[in-house]
Design a binder for this molecule. Sequence first.
Ligand code: MEV
Length: 438
Amino acid sequence: MAPVISGFSKLSKADKIKWLAEHHFNNDSDATNTLITYWNSDDRLQRLHDEFTENTISNYYLPFSVAPNFLINDKRYTLPMTIEESSVVAAASKAAKFWQSRGGFKAEVLSTTKVGQVHFTFTGDPERLRDFFIQVKPELLKSVSSITKNMEKRGGGVKEIELRERTKDLDHYYQLHCTFGTADAMGANFINSCLEQFAKTLVIEAKKFDSFSETEKDIEIIMSILSNYVPQCLVRASVSCTIKELPNSTQLSSLQYAEKFVRAVRIAQIEPYRAVTHNKGIMNGIDAVVLATGNDFRAIEAGAHAYAAKDGTYRSLTHAEIKEDQFTFSIEIPLALGTVGGLTSLHPLVKLALQLLDNPNAKKLMEITAVAGLAQNFAAINSLITTGIQQGHMKMHLMNILNQFEATTIEKEHLVAYFKTNTVTHSEVVAQIEKLRS
Ligand code: MEV
Protein backbone atom coordinates (compact mmCIF):
# COMPACT_ATOMS: atom_id res chain seq x y z
CA MET A 1 0.00 0.00 0.00
CA ALA A 2 1.32 3.46 -0.90
CA PRO A 3 2.25 5.64 2.12
CA VAL A 4 0.32 8.82 2.92
CA ILE A 5 1.98 11.80 1.28
CA SER A 6 1.42 15.46 2.05
CA GLY A 7 2.30 18.23 -0.32
CA PHE A 8 2.02 15.94 -3.37
CA SER A 9 0.53 18.76 -5.47
CA LYS A 10 3.63 20.87 -4.77
CA LEU A 11 6.04 18.31 -6.24
CA SER A 12 7.31 18.85 -9.77
CA LYS A 13 5.76 16.70 -12.49
CA ALA A 14 8.92 14.60 -12.66
CA ASP A 15 8.88 14.04 -8.88
CA LYS A 16 5.21 13.11 -8.93
CA ILE A 17 5.94 10.46 -11.55
CA LYS A 18 8.94 9.27 -9.57
CA TRP A 19 6.77 8.90 -6.46
CA LEU A 20 4.13 6.97 -8.45
CA ALA A 21 6.77 4.72 -10.01
CA GLU A 22 8.17 3.92 -6.60
CA HIS A 23 4.91 3.37 -4.74
CA HIS A 24 2.49 2.11 -7.40
CA PHE A 25 4.44 0.72 -10.35
CA ASN A 26 7.26 -1.16 -8.67
CA ASN A 27 9.74 1.22 -10.32
CA ASP A 28 8.72 -0.24 -13.67
CA SER A 29 10.16 2.04 -16.35
CA ASP A 30 7.37 1.02 -18.78
CA ALA A 31 4.80 2.83 -16.65
CA THR A 32 6.92 5.98 -16.53
CA ASN A 33 7.56 5.77 -20.26
CA THR A 34 3.86 5.39 -21.01
CA LEU A 35 3.12 8.57 -19.07
CA ILE A 36 5.90 10.44 -20.87
CA THR A 37 4.93 9.13 -24.31
CA TYR A 38 1.61 10.92 -23.97
CA TRP A 39 3.18 14.31 -23.22
CA ASN A 40 2.85 16.85 -25.97
CA SER A 41 6.12 17.86 -27.62
CA ASP A 42 4.88 21.46 -27.76
CA ASP A 43 5.76 22.81 -24.28
CA ARG A 44 3.23 25.62 -24.45
CA LEU A 45 0.42 23.21 -25.25
CA GLN A 46 1.54 20.80 -22.57
CA ARG A 47 1.63 23.56 -19.96
CA LEU A 48 -1.91 24.54 -20.94
CA HIS A 49 -3.11 20.99 -20.33
CA ASP A 50 -1.09 20.67 -17.13
CA GLU A 51 -2.87 23.71 -15.78
CA PHE A 52 -6.41 22.50 -16.47
CA THR A 53 -6.36 20.48 -13.24
CA GLU A 54 -4.15 19.71 -10.27
CA ASN A 55 -1.61 16.88 -10.35
CA THR A 56 -1.59 16.41 -14.13
CA ILE A 57 1.09 13.89 -14.99
CA SER A 58 0.20 13.09 -18.57
CA ASN A 59 -2.56 13.46 -21.16
CA TYR A 60 -5.44 11.04 -21.66
CA TYR A 61 -6.38 10.82 -25.32
CA LEU A 62 -9.86 10.18 -26.62
CA PRO A 63 -10.63 10.08 -30.35
CA PHE A 64 -11.71 13.39 -31.85
CA SER A 65 -14.03 12.23 -34.64
CA VAL A 66 -16.50 13.85 -36.99
CA ALA A 67 -19.91 12.85 -38.31
CA PRO A 68 -20.84 14.61 -41.57
CA ASN A 69 -24.16 15.09 -43.41
CA PHE A 70 -26.25 16.46 -40.56
CA LEU A 71 -28.96 18.64 -42.08
CA ILE A 72 -30.35 20.71 -39.21
CA ASN A 73 -32.96 23.40 -39.87
CA ASP A 74 -31.89 23.32 -43.52
CA LYS A 75 -28.20 23.91 -42.80
CA ARG A 76 -25.59 21.20 -43.24
CA TYR A 77 -23.26 20.43 -40.33
CA THR A 78 -20.34 18.15 -39.64
CA LEU A 79 -20.52 17.23 -35.97
CA PRO A 80 -17.41 16.96 -33.80
CA MET A 81 -17.65 13.90 -31.54
CA THR A 82 -15.32 12.85 -28.74
CA ILE A 83 -16.05 9.32 -27.64
CA GLU A 84 -14.27 6.01 -27.20
CA GLU A 85 -17.13 3.64 -28.08
CA SER A 86 -16.37 2.19 -31.52
CA SER A 87 -19.79 2.27 -33.15
CA VAL A 88 -21.16 5.64 -32.01
CA VAL A 89 -19.75 7.91 -34.72
CA ALA A 90 -20.57 5.42 -37.48
CA ALA A 91 -24.13 5.17 -36.17
CA ALA A 92 -24.52 8.96 -36.02
CA SER A 93 -23.19 9.35 -39.55
CA LYS A 94 -25.54 6.67 -40.84
CA ALA A 95 -28.57 8.30 -39.22
CA ALA A 96 -27.50 11.73 -40.53
CA LYS A 97 -27.24 10.39 -44.05
CA PHE A 98 -30.62 8.67 -43.82
CA TRP A 99 -32.43 11.80 -42.66
CA GLN A 100 -30.63 14.32 -44.87
CA SER A 101 -32.60 13.03 -47.86
CA ARG A 102 -35.87 13.12 -45.89
CA GLY A 103 -35.96 16.78 -44.92
CA GLY A 104 -33.27 16.60 -42.27
CA PHE A 105 -33.64 17.39 -38.58
CA LYS A 106 -35.72 20.24 -37.19
CA ALA A 107 -34.69 21.71 -33.85
CA GLU A 108 -35.84 24.55 -31.64
CA VAL A 109 -34.89 25.87 -28.23
CA LEU A 110 -38.00 26.07 -26.06
CA SER A 111 -36.48 27.96 -23.11
CA THR A 112 -33.08 28.86 -21.65
CA THR A 113 -33.74 29.51 -17.96
CA LYS A 114 -31.23 28.22 -15.42
CA VAL A 115 -31.69 27.73 -11.70
CA GLY A 116 -29.70 28.26 -8.53
CA GLN A 117 -30.68 28.07 -4.88
CA VAL A 118 -29.64 29.47 -1.53
CA HIS A 119 -30.60 26.81 1.02
CA PHE A 120 -31.03 28.19 4.52
CA THR A 121 -32.41 27.56 7.98
CA PHE A 122 -34.81 30.04 9.57
CA THR A 123 -36.29 29.41 12.97
CA GLY A 124 -39.33 31.56 13.52
CA ASP A 125 -42.55 32.88 12.05
CA PRO A 126 -42.85 32.11 8.29
CA GLU A 127 -45.15 35.10 7.85
CA ARG A 128 -42.48 37.46 9.20
CA LEU A 129 -39.90 35.80 6.91
CA ARG A 130 -42.17 36.50 3.94
CA ASP A 131 -42.46 40.16 4.97
CA PHE A 132 -38.71 40.34 5.32
CA PHE A 133 -38.22 38.78 1.88
CA ILE A 134 -40.50 41.33 0.19
CA GLN A 135 -38.46 44.11 1.77
CA VAL A 136 -35.05 42.61 1.11
CA LYS A 137 -35.58 41.48 -2.50
CA PRO A 138 -34.55 44.82 -4.11
CA GLU A 139 -31.49 44.79 -1.84
CA LEU A 140 -30.60 41.27 -2.95
CA LEU A 141 -30.75 42.31 -6.59
CA LYS A 142 -28.77 45.48 -5.94
CA SER A 143 -26.06 43.55 -4.11
CA VAL A 144 -25.18 41.57 -7.27
CA SER A 145 -25.19 44.52 -9.69
CA SER A 146 -21.41 44.43 -10.15
CA ILE A 147 -21.60 40.71 -10.99
CA THR A 148 -24.58 40.99 -13.34
CA LYS A 149 -23.46 44.15 -15.19
CA ASN A 150 -21.59 42.39 -17.99
CA MET A 151 -24.05 39.52 -18.22
CA GLU A 152 -26.92 41.98 -18.62
CA LYS A 153 -25.10 43.62 -21.53
CA ARG A 154 -25.09 40.19 -23.19
CA GLY A 155 -28.82 39.70 -22.59
CA GLY A 156 -28.62 37.59 -19.41
CA GLY A 157 -28.88 38.27 -15.69
CA VAL A 158 -31.06 37.40 -12.72
CA LYS A 159 -34.62 36.67 -13.82
CA GLU A 160 -36.41 36.08 -10.53
CA ILE A 161 -35.83 35.35 -6.87
CA GLU A 162 -38.52 33.45 -4.99
CA LEU A 163 -38.74 32.54 -1.34
CA ARG A 164 -39.75 28.90 -0.99
CA GLU A 165 -40.84 27.33 2.25
CA ARG A 166 -39.87 23.66 2.54
CA THR A 167 -40.52 23.14 6.25
CA LYS A 168 -42.96 20.28 5.59
CA ASP A 169 -40.05 18.21 4.22
CA LEU A 170 -37.32 19.44 6.56
CA ASP A 171 -37.59 21.44 9.79
CA HIS A 172 -36.97 25.18 9.34
CA TYR A 173 -35.76 24.69 5.76
CA TYR A 174 -36.28 27.52 3.25
CA GLN A 175 -34.77 28.44 -0.10
CA LEU A 176 -34.15 31.40 -2.27
CA HIS A 177 -35.06 29.77 -5.57
CA CYS A 178 -33.44 31.92 -8.24
CA THR A 179 -33.66 31.84 -12.02
CA PHE A 180 -31.06 33.19 -14.40
CA GLY A 181 -30.35 33.82 -18.05
CA THR A 182 -26.72 33.30 -18.95
CA ALA A 183 -26.68 34.19 -22.69
CA ASP A 184 -23.99 32.11 -24.44
CA ALA A 185 -22.21 31.01 -21.26
CA MET A 186 -23.02 27.82 -19.41
CA GLY A 187 -22.95 30.28 -16.54
CA ALA A 188 -22.00 28.16 -13.52
CA ASN A 189 -19.52 30.71 -12.17
CA PHE A 190 -21.89 33.59 -12.79
CA ILE A 191 -24.79 31.84 -11.04
CA ASN A 192 -22.71 30.66 -8.08
CA SER A 193 -21.21 34.13 -7.57
CA CYS A 194 -24.70 35.69 -7.55
CA LEU A 195 -25.98 33.05 -5.12
CA GLU A 196 -23.11 33.50 -2.69
CA GLN A 197 -23.72 37.24 -2.71
CA PHE A 198 -27.47 36.75 -2.16
CA ALA A 199 -26.64 34.56 0.83
CA LYS A 200 -24.35 37.19 2.36
CA THR A 201 -26.90 39.95 1.83
CA LEU A 202 -29.68 37.81 3.27
CA VAL A 203 -27.75 37.21 6.48
CA ILE A 204 -26.72 40.86 6.89
CA GLU A 205 -30.18 42.26 6.18
CA ALA A 206 -31.88 39.76 8.52
CA LYS A 207 -29.78 41.09 11.39
CA LYS A 208 -31.12 44.61 10.68
CA PHE A 209 -34.78 43.61 10.32
CA ASP A 210 -36.55 45.10 13.34
CA SER A 211 -39.63 42.84 13.25
CA PHE A 212 -37.48 39.72 13.67
CA SER A 213 -36.82 38.27 17.12
CA GLU A 214 -33.18 37.61 18.04
CA THR A 215 -33.55 33.95 16.93
CA GLU A 216 -35.20 34.99 13.67
CA LYS A 217 -32.35 37.39 12.93
CA ASP A 218 -30.00 34.44 12.96
CA ILE A 219 -30.53 32.97 9.47
CA GLU A 220 -28.13 30.12 8.84
CA ILE A 221 -26.97 29.61 5.26
CA ILE A 222 -26.53 25.90 4.55
CA MET A 223 -25.28 26.27 0.99
CA SER A 224 -25.56 28.32 -2.18
CA ILE A 225 -25.25 26.47 -5.48
CA LEU A 226 -26.62 26.29 -8.99
CA SER A 227 -28.88 23.38 -9.92
CA ASN A 228 -28.01 21.05 -12.76
CA TYR A 229 -31.69 20.24 -13.02
CA VAL A 230 -32.75 22.64 -15.76
CA PRO A 231 -36.21 21.59 -17.00
CA GLN A 232 -36.64 25.13 -18.31
CA CYS A 233 -33.48 25.08 -20.40
CA LEU A 234 -35.10 22.88 -22.95
CA VAL A 235 -34.58 21.98 -26.58
CA ARG A 236 -36.69 19.89 -28.96
CA ALA A 237 -35.45 18.13 -32.08
CA SER A 238 -37.41 15.98 -34.49
CA VAL A 239 -37.45 14.14 -37.78
CA SER A 240 -40.47 13.27 -39.83
CA CYS A 241 -41.21 11.47 -43.08
CA THR A 242 -43.94 9.50 -44.77
CA ILE A 243 -44.15 5.84 -43.83
CA LYS A 244 -43.16 4.75 -47.29
CA GLU A 245 -39.83 6.61 -46.98
CA LEU A 246 -38.85 4.39 -44.04
CA PRO A 247 -36.63 1.32 -44.57
CA ASN A 248 -38.28 -1.79 -45.86
CA SER A 249 -36.98 -5.30 -46.34
CA THR A 250 -38.30 -8.76 -47.05
CA GLN A 251 -38.78 -9.23 -43.30
CA LEU A 252 -40.35 -5.88 -42.54
CA SER A 253 -42.47 -3.54 -44.69
CA SER A 254 -42.10 0.21 -44.08
CA LEU A 255 -45.36 0.22 -42.14
CA GLN A 256 -44.28 -2.74 -40.01
CA TYR A 257 -40.94 -1.00 -39.47
CA ALA A 258 -42.71 2.19 -38.31
CA GLU A 259 -44.99 0.25 -35.99
CA LYS A 260 -42.14 -1.76 -34.51
CA PHE A 261 -40.11 1.43 -34.04
CA VAL A 262 -42.96 3.20 -32.24
CA ARG A 263 -43.48 0.12 -30.04
CA ALA A 264 -39.76 0.04 -29.16
CA VAL A 265 -39.98 3.67 -28.02
CA ARG A 266 -43.20 2.96 -26.12
CA ILE A 267 -41.42 0.19 -24.23
CA ALA A 268 -38.76 2.69 -23.20
CA GLN A 269 -41.57 5.02 -22.06
CA ILE A 270 -43.06 2.53 -19.64
CA GLU A 271 -40.21 0.19 -18.66
CA PRO A 272 -37.35 1.79 -16.69
CA TYR A 273 -34.93 -1.11 -17.31
CA ARG A 274 -35.22 -0.45 -21.03
CA ALA A 275 -35.50 3.34 -20.63
CA VAL A 276 -32.09 3.63 -18.96
CA THR A 277 -30.33 1.81 -21.82
CA HIS A 278 -32.39 3.67 -24.40
CA ASN A 279 -31.40 7.02 -22.86
CA LYS A 280 -27.79 5.84 -22.48
CA GLY A 281 -27.75 5.45 -26.26
CA ILE A 282 -29.07 9.00 -26.62
CA MET A 283 -26.31 10.22 -24.30
CA ASN A 284 -23.72 8.47 -26.51
CA GLY A 285 -24.44 11.15 -29.11
CA ILE A 286 -25.04 14.01 -26.69
CA ASP A 287 -21.94 13.45 -24.53
CA ALA A 288 -19.71 13.09 -27.59
CA VAL A 289 -20.68 16.56 -28.85
CA VAL A 290 -20.71 18.02 -25.33
CA LEU A 291 -17.16 16.76 -24.70
CA ALA A 292 -15.86 17.87 -28.09
CA THR A 293 -17.25 21.37 -27.53
CA GLY A 294 -15.72 21.66 -24.05
CA ASN A 295 -18.93 21.53 -22.06
CA ASP A 296 -19.62 19.81 -18.75
CA PHE A 297 -20.94 16.35 -19.64
CA ARG A 298 -21.57 15.40 -16.00
CA ALA A 299 -23.94 18.35 -15.62
CA ILE A 300 -25.68 17.43 -18.86
CA GLU A 301 -25.99 13.76 -17.83
CA ALA A 302 -27.37 14.59 -14.38
CA GLY A 303 -29.89 17.06 -15.80
CA ALA A 304 -31.02 14.77 -18.61
CA HIS A 305 -31.64 11.76 -16.37
CA ALA A 306 -33.47 13.86 -13.79
CA TYR A 307 -35.68 15.19 -16.58
CA ALA A 308 -36.32 11.62 -17.76
CA ALA A 309 -37.69 10.89 -14.28
CA LYS A 310 -39.63 14.14 -13.86
CA ASP A 311 -43.02 12.49 -13.42
CA GLY A 312 -41.73 9.99 -10.86
CA THR A 313 -40.95 7.15 -13.31
CA TYR A 314 -37.79 7.03 -15.37
CA ARG A 315 -38.82 7.23 -19.04
CA SER A 316 -37.50 7.60 -22.57
CA LEU A 317 -36.33 11.07 -23.57
CA THR A 318 -37.53 10.42 -27.12
CA HIS A 319 -41.03 9.95 -28.52
CA ALA A 320 -42.26 8.34 -31.73
CA GLU A 321 -45.65 8.40 -33.38
CA ILE A 322 -47.49 7.55 -36.56
CA LYS A 323 -50.23 9.95 -37.62
CA GLU A 324 -51.99 8.99 -40.82
CA ASP A 325 -49.11 8.25 -43.19
CA GLN A 326 -46.53 10.33 -41.30
CA PHE A 327 -43.84 8.96 -38.96
CA THR A 328 -42.38 11.44 -36.42
CA PHE A 329 -39.56 10.86 -34.00
CA SER A 330 -38.54 13.54 -31.50
CA ILE A 331 -36.53 14.34 -28.41
CA GLU A 332 -37.07 16.89 -25.67
CA ILE A 333 -34.10 17.34 -23.41
CA PRO A 334 -32.70 19.98 -21.06
CA LEU A 335 -29.22 21.05 -22.18
CA ALA A 336 -27.44 23.86 -20.32
CA LEU A 337 -24.61 24.42 -22.78
CA GLY A 338 -22.22 27.27 -23.35
CA THR A 339 -20.14 28.48 -26.26
CA VAL A 340 -18.16 31.11 -24.35
CA GLY A 341 -16.16 30.77 -21.14
CA GLY A 342 -14.82 27.57 -19.62
CA LEU A 343 -12.68 25.51 -21.99
CA THR A 344 -14.18 27.09 -25.10
CA SER A 345 -11.42 29.62 -25.65
CA LEU A 346 -8.64 27.58 -24.03
CA HIS A 347 -8.57 24.08 -25.47
CA PRO A 348 -7.37 24.21 -29.09
CA LEU A 349 -9.54 21.24 -30.12
CA VAL A 350 -12.60 22.74 -28.48
CA LYS A 351 -12.00 25.96 -30.42
CA LEU A 352 -11.68 23.89 -33.56
CA ALA A 353 -14.85 21.91 -32.79
CA LEU A 354 -16.81 25.14 -32.41
CA GLN A 355 -15.28 26.47 -35.62
CA LEU A 356 -16.38 23.27 -37.36
CA LEU A 357 -19.93 24.11 -36.25
CA ASP A 358 -19.59 27.67 -37.58
CA ASN A 359 -19.09 29.13 -34.09
CA PRO A 360 -22.65 28.59 -32.87
CA ASN A 361 -24.25 30.54 -30.05
CA ALA A 362 -25.47 28.52 -27.05
CA LYS A 363 -28.96 28.04 -28.50
CA LYS A 364 -27.60 26.69 -31.79
CA LEU A 365 -25.32 24.33 -29.89
CA MET A 366 -28.31 23.11 -27.87
CA GLU A 367 -30.12 22.33 -31.12
CA ILE A 368 -27.14 20.56 -32.69
CA THR A 369 -26.50 18.51 -29.56
CA ALA A 370 -30.13 17.43 -29.20
CA VAL A 371 -30.01 16.31 -32.83
CA ALA A 372 -26.90 14.22 -32.09
CA GLY A 373 -28.87 12.45 -29.34
CA LEU A 374 -31.90 11.88 -31.55
CA ALA A 375 -29.74 10.56 -34.42
CA GLN A 376 -27.97 8.18 -32.09
CA ASN A 377 -31.24 6.87 -30.72
CA PHE A 378 -32.63 6.46 -34.24
CA ALA A 379 -29.57 4.43 -35.24
CA ALA A 380 -29.78 2.25 -32.13
CA ILE A 381 -33.50 1.49 -32.46
CA ASN A 382 -33.09 0.90 -36.19
CA SER A 383 -30.49 -1.78 -35.45
CA LEU A 384 -32.35 -3.23 -32.48
CA ILE A 385 -35.59 -3.81 -34.40
CA THR A 386 -33.90 -5.17 -37.53
CA THR A 387 -30.49 -6.85 -37.45
CA GLY A 388 -29.85 -6.63 -33.71
CA ILE A 389 -27.16 -4.42 -32.22
CA GLN A 390 -24.22 -6.79 -32.32
CA GLN A 391 -23.75 -6.91 -36.07
CA GLY A 392 -22.82 -3.22 -36.46
CA HIS A 393 -21.28 -2.99 -33.02
CA MET A 394 -18.91 -5.93 -33.50
CA LYS A 395 -17.92 -4.74 -36.98
CA MET A 396 -16.71 -1.51 -35.40
CA HIS A 397 -15.25 -3.35 -32.43
CA LEU A 398 -13.24 -5.62 -34.74
CA MET A 399 -10.36 -3.14 -34.87
CA ASN A 400 -10.15 -3.08 -31.07
CA ILE A 401 -9.87 -6.87 -30.95
CA LEU A 402 -7.23 -6.84 -33.70
CA ASN A 403 -5.26 -4.21 -31.79
CA GLN A 404 -5.49 -6.28 -28.60
CA PHE A 405 -3.73 -9.04 -30.53
CA GLU A 406 -1.25 -6.55 -32.01
CA ALA A 407 -2.31 -7.45 -35.55
CA THR A 408 -0.07 -6.06 -38.29
CA THR A 409 -1.44 -3.84 -41.08
CA ILE A 410 -1.48 -6.79 -43.48
CA GLU A 411 -3.28 -9.01 -40.96
CA LYS A 412 -5.82 -6.24 -40.37
CA GLU A 413 -6.50 -5.82 -44.10
CA HIS A 414 -7.00 -9.53 -44.49
CA LEU A 415 -9.30 -9.91 -41.49
CA VAL A 416 -11.36 -6.78 -42.18
CA ALA A 417 -12.00 -8.22 -45.67
CA TYR A 418 -12.87 -11.62 -44.19
CA PHE A 419 -15.34 -10.14 -41.68
CA LYS A 420 -17.15 -8.14 -44.36
CA THR A 421 -19.11 -11.30 -45.06
CA ASN A 422 -18.70 -13.19 -41.77
CA THR A 423 -20.16 -12.52 -38.34
CA VAL A 424 -17.74 -10.86 -35.94
CA THR A 425 -17.49 -12.55 -32.57
CA HIS A 426 -14.51 -12.35 -30.24
CA SER A 427 -13.80 -16.08 -30.55
CA GLU A 428 -14.11 -16.05 -34.35
CA VAL A 429 -11.64 -13.14 -34.62
CA VAL A 430 -9.18 -14.98 -32.37
CA ALA A 431 -9.61 -18.17 -34.43
CA GLN A 432 -8.98 -16.29 -37.67
CA ILE A 433 -5.87 -14.53 -36.29
CA GLU A 434 -4.48 -17.86 -35.13
CA LYS A 435 -5.28 -19.44 -38.49
CA LEU A 436 -3.54 -16.60 -40.30
CA ARG A 437 -0.48 -16.76 -38.08
CA SER A 438 -0.05 -20.49 -38.34
C1 MEV B 1 -24.84 1.14 -26.57
O1 MEV B 1 -23.80 2.01 -26.18
C2 MEV B 1 -26.14 1.87 -26.65
C3 MEV B 1 -27.35 1.01 -26.96
O2 MEV B 1 -27.47 -0.05 -26.00
C4 MEV B 1 -28.56 1.91 -26.87
C5 MEV B 1 -29.89 1.19 -26.95
O3 MEV B 1 -29.99 0.02 -26.57
O4 MEV B 1 -30.84 1.87 -27.37
C6 MEV B 1 -27.25 0.37 -28.31
